[in-house]
Design a protein around this ligand. Structure first.
Ligand SMILES: *Cc1c(COP(=O)(O)O)cnc(C)c1O
Length: 396
């Protein structure tokens, strides 16, 4: 039967030979998955990974990335979502219901707190903030309606490293599920599951991508029933990731440990140098002696992210601090982190003090957060030095 060209271009008989092997996995992209016959269509179950049902429920590319992220986190099952924030929202929606309560550390990633304040409140789910350095206080806060305790190590901007074993024990002993935002640790600094944490999410946007060019999140578990609960919500909400994006992260994962340790070394070198500068009141870096939660970091971690904040002296004006940030050349002004380009963001300390459970007396001065890219440390240090002098005058 001869067919029209328009049909032939779609239903062409050529099939490339099977058995192609290359170091990098193929990229599979599909909305529709084709079944050999009706019986095999009916036999497929999206809940297992033995076959494929629909693009949203997985392709060889997304399955491969899920397995590697599960290995990275030391977990067993993983689901991928379009951003780190979507991973946080997925955990909240899978575990919480009207009348329930979630507890968040007071230094939690800002949008997670905003989600609790807005949507969760609207859905009849309450939230309270706890001090991540005080496990006894968390234990006392847990009540009959508490369903979920979020953990974050280190805290997003103020960088306190929490007493993770203490916080996990407080929740576990009361039968409350724990979820860790592991974006900072990236699966390299410590293993959340080894501490007894139930759910580990990560913004793959940061270290696993490493390129500053893809947004993605993951939710990893070790318990099959917990995974199924999350996977069901994932399906009901219609979440999925694109094959091209998954491939970008797969490609970058191989260099994750190298990049993490390089950015860690650069971060510690600059943090130590800044701690001795007269303009700096305090450096907030969990691996630095005297930083809040340093003893917890030392007990838990073998590495640190290339991320830290400084509190610049109170004698400067806000305009001077803005001028310092504007004077930086290599550090570009931008959120996110863990890409090749070093980034800087000034934060509003007054707002952070107001949101702190401890009253925020520990946060004095002007807070500026640095995220290390992959540039040479000497060049980054010279950049900070020239900006300090430009904004605050020659060092005394
Ligand atoms: C960036 C980030 C997120 C959110 O990731 P997106 O992919 O940008 O939505 C969540 N938690 C932490 C700690 C982050 O740094």
């Amino acid at each position: 039967m001869s067919r029209d060209l328009s049909t032939e271009l779609i239903h062409h008989p050529y099939r490339p030979p099977a058995g192609f092997e290359a170091p990098q996995l193929a990229i599979h992209k599909a909305s529709t998955v084709i079944f050999a016959d009706v019986a095999s269509m009916r036999a497929r179950d999206w809940r297992n990974k033995l076959g494929y049902t629909y693009g949203l429920h997985g392709t060889p590319t997304t399955f491969a990335l899920e397995e590697r992220v599960a290995a990275l986190e030391g977990g067993r099952q993983c689901v991928l979502v379009p951003s780190g924030l979507a991973a946080i929202a997925l955990v909240d929606q899978a575990l919480l219901a009207q009348g329930g309560e979630v507890l968040l550390p007071d230094n939690v990633y800002g949008p997670s707190r905003e989600l609790a304040r807005s949507e969760l409140t609207r859905w009849g789910i309450t939230h309270r903030l706890y001090d991540p350095l005080d496990a006894t206080a968390l234990a006392a806060m847990i009540g009959p309606r508490t369903r979920l305790v979020w953990l974050e190590a280190a805290g997003s901007v103020t960088m306190e490293f929490p007493d993770l074993p203490g916080l996990v024990e407080a929740a576990r002993s009361r039968g409350v599920t724990t979820a860790l935002d592991n974006t900072w640790g990236a699966g390299i600094a410590f293993r959340g599951f080894d501490l007894g944490i139930d759910i580990v999410m990560q913004a793959l946007t940061k270290y696993p991508s490493g390129g500053g060019d893809v947004l993605m999140g993951s939710v990893t578990t070790r318990d099959a029933a917990l995974h199924e609960r999350i996977k069901l919500t994932h399906m009901h909400l219609g979440l999925g990731v694109a094959g091209n994006d998954a491939e970008l992260v797969l490609r970058s994962l191989a260099t994750l440990p190298l990049r993490y340790h390089a950015q860690d070394a650069a971060g510690r070198a600059l943090a130590a140098w800044l701690a001795a500068r007269p303009e700096v009141r305090q450096v907030l870096h969990p691996a630095l002696e005297g930083s809040p939660g340093h003893a917890h970091w030392r007990a838990t971690c073998s590495a640190a992210a290339g991320l830290f904040s400084v509190l610049l002296d109170e004698r400067y004006t806000a305009a001077q601090v803005d001028a310092f940030v504007d004077a930086l050349q290599l550090f570009r002004i931008g959120y996110s982190w863990a890409g090749p380009v070093s980034l800087v963001v000034p934060y509003d300390v007054a707002a952070m003090r107001a949101g702190s459970v401890r009253g925020g007396a520990h946060l004095r001065g002007h807070l500026v957060r640095f995220s290390l890219g992959l540039e040479a440390v000497a060049d980054l240090q010279a950049d900070i030095e020239q900006a300090l002098v430009a904004a605050f005058g020659a060092a005394v």
